[in-house]
Design a protein. Sequence first.
Length: 135
Amino acid sequence: MKLARRQHGVTITSLILVSAVFIFAALVVFKLFPFVNESFQVKAAMESVSNQPPSSRKTSAAVLKLLKRALDVSAVNTFTDANIGKHAKVKKIKGSKDKILKVVYEKRGKFFWKFDIILKFDEQVLLSAPASPDS
């Protein structure tokens, strides 16, 4: 009499469980991607302001205008002319001519059912002062 060989392979139960895990992971990635992408767009807009010549960003209002323009180009609709000053601040560094552009905001959205996504964004970039001619 021959001994029965053990079967190898995936059972339907384990296939369903693995599929459910992958589907849940895909759901999380697809729901979070727009929020994370927006945070990268805001950071890139801040970097583009930092790369502007110092003569174009002498005042805080000029910096905020450059930031708003960069955000408009990146299609970030979270900020308007009315609320950009609430979320973005330009601060002078003590003992230096340099300034810091800081952006702080929250982005909220639906995840699924009664769950929401909240992205807290708090980034800053250095706005270096123009080099003095005597140095």
